[in-house]
Write a protein that binds this ligand. Structure first.
Ligand code: ATP
Ligand code: MG
Length: 473
C-alpha cells in the first residue's frame, strides 16, 4: 500500500507543477500559496539559505542579484553565483524540487516514496544526472525520470480516452513560458517511442509578454525617462513597478485566452491601456508561427505527413492561447485535442508513464534497461550527451538563433546552443545554504487519512497505464 503514493514534479523554466496520486486513484495537484504552480525562481537569503516560489520573487525585489528566475536554464553551469556566494546548480534545482516534494508530503500526510520527474526529451545523460543529483541534494527519494512528451502523450491516451493504434504517430506540441518543443512519437509494441524532436530554447509565453510590453510603449508613448524606470529598474520602487508591469501583462494575456478584451495597467505612469483579442493575436502570431515552422520541420524529419498523424496534443501553459489551436489546425489539417488544463498534462502523464511500482526508479538518470509502458523503446531514445533543446540564454529573454530540428539519432536541436560541461553530481551535499527540505517535522507518518478529501481539479483520476492491444505492433 505504501508504494501507492506517488508524486510527479514537472520542473519547468517558469514554474514547477506537482501532482500526487495515491490509494483509490486519488489524484490532486499540489498547491503553493493557494495556486497550483510554484514559480521556479530561487533566492539566496542573507543567511545563504535558499528560498523558492513567491518568497524568492519577493526577495528579488530588494536584491535582484541574489535571484535566479530559472534554474533549469542554468543546468549546464555547474556552479551559479547568487550575490557573493556560489551555489552548486543542483542545490538551486534541488531547492525547487524539495519545496514541491515537501508540500506534496504535507498534503498527503505521508513521506511519499515514489517520485517521478519528467525531463525534456533532448536532455542527455549529463543533464539527467544533474536532475537526479538535485533530487538527492534536497533529500527527495531517488526519482524515476520520464521524457516529457511521452508523459504528455500517456496522459491523453489514458485519461482523455484518445485511441492511438499501434504503429500510428502523434505530435506533442509543448509551448511553455520560455521554451518550445515539438516531438513526433510512434505507438510501438511497448508504448510510445520518440521518432523526431526539435524546439527552440528561447521561445515561449515570455516572448509574447515582451511583445505586449513593446505595444504598450507605442500606445502610451511615455517619455524615455519614465519608461527606463520600468524597463531598466534601479531602485526598489522601480523594481516593484517593473515587476507589476510584467505580472499585469502576463495576467492580461492569460485573460485574453477566454475574454475578447481586457485592460492592462501601466504602473508609475498610471495609465490603463485597453487590449483586444485581435490586437493581441497580431502580436502573438509571429512568435507562434515560428513554432509552427519548427513543428513542420520535425514532421519532415520524422518523414511523417501531417495527415498521417493520429492525434495532435498541445501542452503547457502557452498552448492555452486559442490562436495556437487555430494555427496548428491550419498548418496540419488535423484538429488538435485542446484540453482544459494543458499545463498539468506532463505531470499527470508522468504518473501514468512511470515504471510500475517495484520496477525501481532510474537512479542515475539513465533510461531503465527495460522500458515500461509509455516509455520509448531503448533504441529510440536520444543519444546520451546530445545538445538538448534547452539552452541557457539569460533570464528567459529572447535570444537570436535559428530554430532547429533533430532526430534523436542526430543530436542537437537548436543550433548555437552552447554545451557547457558539468560533471555528474553524486550524493547529497550537506553544506549550509540548502534548506533541509524533505518531510517537515510534525507530518504524521503513513497511513494516510481514512477518507481522503474529495477529488477535485482534474477530469478523472489517473487510471492504470495504457497497454497497447494484444498482438499490436
Ligand atoms: N490561460 C493562458 N493563456 C495564455 N498563456 C498562458 C495561460 N496560462 C498560462 N499561460 C502562460 O504559460 C506560460 C507558463 O507555462 P508553463 O508553466 O507550462 O511553463 P514551464 O513548463 O515552466 O516552461 P517551459 O516548458 O518553457 O520550461 C507563461 O508564459 C504563462 O503566461
Ligand atoms: Mg514545461
Amino acid at each position: 500500500m505504501h508504494g501507492q503514493w506517488q508524486v510527479a514534479i514537472d520542473f519547468g523554466t517558469s514554474n514547477a507543477i506537482a501532482v500526487v496520486s495515491g490509494p483509490n486513484g486519488w489524484t490532486r495537484p499540489v498547491t503553493f500559496d493557494g495556486a497550483p504552480l510554484l514559480p521556479a525562481g530561487v533566492f539566496a537569503q542573507d543567511s545563504g539559505a535558499l528560498v523558492v516560489g513567491k518568497e524568492a520573487e519577493r526577495g528579488a525585489l530588494r536584491a535582484p542579484g541574489r535571484f535566479e528566475p530559472s534554474p533549469k536554464r542554468r543546468i549546464d553551469e555547474g556552479r551559479v553565483l547568487l550575490g557573493d556566494r556560489e551555489y552548486d546548480v543542483s542545490w538551486l534545482i534541488g531547492a525547487v524540487l524539495g519545496k514541491a516534494y515537501a508540500e506534496a508530503c504535507v498534503l498527503t500526510r505521508t513521506r511519499i516514496p515514489t517520485v517521478v520527474l519528467p525531463y525534456p526529451v533532448g536532455w542527455g545523460q549529463r543533464r539527467r544526472a544533474v536532475l537526479a543529483a538535485s533530487a538527492a541534494a534536497a533529500r527527495v527519494p531517488a526519482p524515476c525520470l520520464v521524457p516529457e512528451p511521452i508523459a504528455a502523450a500517456c496522459y491523453f491516451v489514458s485519461t482523455q480516452r484518445v485511441v492511438v493504434p499501434s504503429g500510428r504517430h502523434v505530435l506533442v506540441y509543448d509551448l511553455g513560458g520560455g521554451t518550445f518543443e515539438a516531438t513526433v512519437l510512434r505507438m510501438g509494441a511497448r508504448g510510445f517511442e520518440v521518432v523526431a524532436t526539435g524546439g527552440m530554447a528561447d521561445v515561449g509565453g515570455n516572448d509574447i509578454d515582451a511583445a505586449i510590453v513593446a505595444y504598450l510603449r507605442e500606445q502610451v508613448r511615455p517619455d524615455d525617462g519614465a519608461w527606463k524606470q520600468l524597463t531598466q529598474p534601479g531602485s526598489s520602487l522601480e523594481l516593484q513597478a517593473s515587476r507589476a508591469l510584467w505580472d499585469g501583462v502576463r495576467e492580461a494575456k492569460e485573460r485574453l485566452s477566454r475574454a475578447a478584451s481586457t485592460v492592462v495597467s501601466v504602473p508609475l505612469l498610471r495609465v490603463d491601456a485597453p487590449l483586444g483579442r485581435e490586437q493581441f493575436e497580431d502580436m502573438a502570431r509571429p512568435v507562434l508561427e515560428r513554432t509552427i515552422t519548427v513543428t513542420l520541420g520535425v514532421l519532415s524529419d520524422a518523414r511523417i505527413r501531417p495527415s498521417d498523424l493520429a492525434a495532435v496534443f498541445p501542452v503547457d501553459g502557452s498552448s492555452r492561447i486559442p490562436l495556437v489551436a487555430t494555427l496548428l489546425h491550419r498548418a496540419l489539417g488535423v484538429a488538435p485535442i485542446s484540453i482544459e488544463e494543458p499545463h498539468l498534462a506532463v505531470a499527470l502523464g508522468s504518473l501514468v508513464a512511470a515504471p510500475a511500482q517495484g520496477s525501481g526508479p532510474s537512479r542515475s538518470g539513465a533510461a531503465p534497461a527495460t522500458p515500461p509502458h509509455g516509455m520509448p523503446a531503448q533504441g529510440a531514445a536520444p543519444p546520451h550527451g546530445t545538445a538538448p533543446p534547452q539552452g541557457s540564454p539569460a533570464q528567459g529573454r529572447p535570444a537570436q538563433g535559428r530554430p532547429g530540428q533533430s532526430r534523436p539519432g542526430q543530436g542537437a536541436a537548436p543550433r548555437g546552443v552552447p554545451q557547457r560541461g558539468v560533471p555528474p553530481q553524486q550524493g547529497a551535499p550537506t553544506r549550509p545554504g540548502i534548506p533541509p527540505y524533505g518531510v517537515p517535522p510534525g507530518v504524521p507518518p503513513y497511513p494516510p487519512p481514512a477518507s481522503p478529501p474529495p477529488y477535485w481539479g482534474i477530469a478523472r483520476p489517473v487510471p492504470p497505464p495504457y497497454v497497447p492491444p494484444p498482438g499490436s505492433g
